[in-house]
Design a protein around this ligand. Structure first.
Ligand SMILES: Nc1ncnc2c1ncn2[C@@H]1O[C@H](COP(=O)(O)OP(=O)(O)OP(=O)(O)O)[C@@H](O)[C@H]1O
Length: 476
């Protein structure tokens, strides 16, 4: 019997070996927890972003898109509160010099020792965290000693300089979230689209956080992408819209194939809520290393726009033609990480299936990524049964690649090639054989064998109908 348990090691190995994710700057020994996306990874990542954009922008009657600059006027971060408050509680072990996030240290220790926290960790003050660590005698996870420094706040924003002089006046920050570029453009977007409330603005882009303890593969990284929606609505209607987006986001995750049993919607307790938020739900996914936040959905009230109005001195109110009043809209924000979505999708889709026994009686296990077809890097693989059939197979490839991302593989036995495609989640294998093309006088049946990844069922499809066949099967 082989061990068919789903582990992070197996998923990381598959990602590395098949060209989904490589360690960043590997030839120089890497750079702590940076990752590069290879030929398959970039397709998967783009497909996740496309699926989000399609449902949140293209098909959504309320929302529009935008793409703001990463570097923003530093006043942005004064207004948003990031300069003064975007920090993590940092603590060093005096013995081994390892650095930790106090909140994560407590959470991990409680998880390992089945200790229930009296309240969510985000509701702890700095002093309460220190007391908790002392009362429970929590040891350093690296060296096991009990000699921590005091907790201090560490700002997570990356700093750099704009222009030639490196002084405070020229300090700029790599944005730690994409949202602020939506708030600062609120008036521009509303004016140019002539939208009435409610409406939303979506953005996908890079964000940077100088995380103290990045880790768990691509789960927590310092450079990542976010898919954010800021949904502007009339004050008083915000909680209804919060529920609407909470359900919408849940359905989107189910729609890209995540299993509901691997999802948990965790509503924040009143004491855990940020002071400006009326409601927040963390969508958590059951990764092989445990539950982790995937998506944060929050009712942010009028906090952000009010802050920007105060700091910039510009009028950011909305004129409501129905009531003839001006007011600052309320905001509901669903904020989702691209890398975490990719990781969730990979973990959810990874499967090992015993499909028989080999001649020694050992289990024959096929690894299959049961990706939603819309997310799969390759939609189909064109496989000539023999190298003699490469030319007609290539003709099919050249025609279909205008509409679909395809693989072409002519090496190895057909069984091995099927397995290779299963392992990278290709939903369809299209085999060109001698019956397809015939020989001499015999024109062949001009059909190919289409094998479906999950069921492994095979059907014969005329070449002329392949495009329509795939279009129907891949619809999203
Ligand atoms: N360091 C990171 N690496 C990858 N994705 C991230 C990171 N930080 C945040 N995200 C993604 O952006 C989303 C919204 O960011 P938000 O500020 O709500 O995260 P957060 O609550 O700070 O996350 P965490 O508690 O895990 O640090 C998260 O749900 C996550 O998907």
């Amino acid at each position: 019997m082989k061990n068919t348990e789903k582990t992070m090691d197996k998923i990381v190995a598959l990602c590395k070996n098949r060209g989904f994710v490589f360690a960043g700057s590997e030839i120089y020994g890497g750079l702590a927890n940076t990752w590069d996306y290879g030929p398959l990874g970039v397709e998967l990542k783009n497909n996740v972003k496309k699926a989000w954009w399609k449902k949140f922008v293209q098909e959504n009657p309320y929302n529009v898109g935008q793409d703001a600059a990463i570097l923003m006027n530093p006043q942005t971060w004064v207004a948003s509160g990031h300069l003064s408050g975007f920090s993590d509680p940092l603590m060093d072990c005096r013995e081994c010099k390892e650095r930790f996030r106090a909140d994560k240290l407590i959470e991990d220790w409680c998880g390992e020792n089945s200790v229930e926290l009296p309240k969510p960790i985000d509701a702890f003050t700095q002093q309460e965290m220190k007391d908790f660590i002392e009362e429970h005698n929590i040891p350093c996870p690296s060296c096991g000693k009990h000699n921590f420094t005091d907790i201090r706040q560490f700002n997570l924003m990356f700093k750099t300089f704009q222009g030639v002089t490196e002084d405070a006046k020229n300090t700029v920050y790599l944005r730690p979230e994409t949202a602020q570029g939506i708030f600062t453009n609120f008036v521009n977007t509303q004016r140019t689209t002539r939208r009435k409330l409610p409406f939303g603005v979506c953005q996908i882009g890079k964000s940077f956080r100088n995380e103290i303890t990045p880790g768990n593969f691509i789960f927590r990284v310092r450079e990542f992408e976010q898919m954010e929606l800021e949904f502007f609505c009339k004050p008083g209607t915000d909680l209804e819209w919060f529920q609407y987006w909470r359900t919408f986001c849940h359905n989107w995750l189910l729609g890209i194939g995540l299993k509901d049993e691997n999802l948990r919607l965790r509503d924040h307790d009143p004491e855990e809520l940020c002071f400006y938020s009326k409601a927040t739900t963390d969508f958590e996914f059951l990764f092989p290393f445990g539950w982790g936040e995937l998506w944060g959905v929050a009712d942010r009230t009028d906090y952000d726009l009010t802050q920007h109005q105060n700091v910039s001195g510009k009028d950011l109110t909305y004129f409501d033609p129905e009531t003839n009043q001006r007011y600052i809209p309320y905001v509901v924000e669903p904020s989702l990480g691209v890398e975490r979505s990719v990781l969730a999708v990979l973990c959810d889709a990874y499967d090992e299936e015993v499909v028989g026994q080999d001649k020694n009686g050992k289990d024959d296990v096929r690894v299959v990524l049961r990706l939603h077809p819309a997310l799969a890097p390759y939609k189909a693989a064109i496989l000539p049964l023999s190298k003699k059939l490469s030319e007609p197979a290539m003709e099919i490839y050249n025609e279909l690649c205008k509409d679909f991302m395809l693989d072409f593989d002519e090496t190895g036995s057909i069984g091995k090639r099927y397995r290779r495609e299963d392992e990278i989640g290709t939903p369809f294998c299209i085999t060109v054989d001698f019956d397809t093309v015939g020989d001499g006088e015999n024109p062949g049946d001009q059909c190919v064998t289409v094998r479906e990844r999950d069921s492994m069922e095979q059907v014969r499809v005329p070449i002329s109908q392949l495009k329509a066949y795939l279009t129907e099967k891949l619809a999203y």
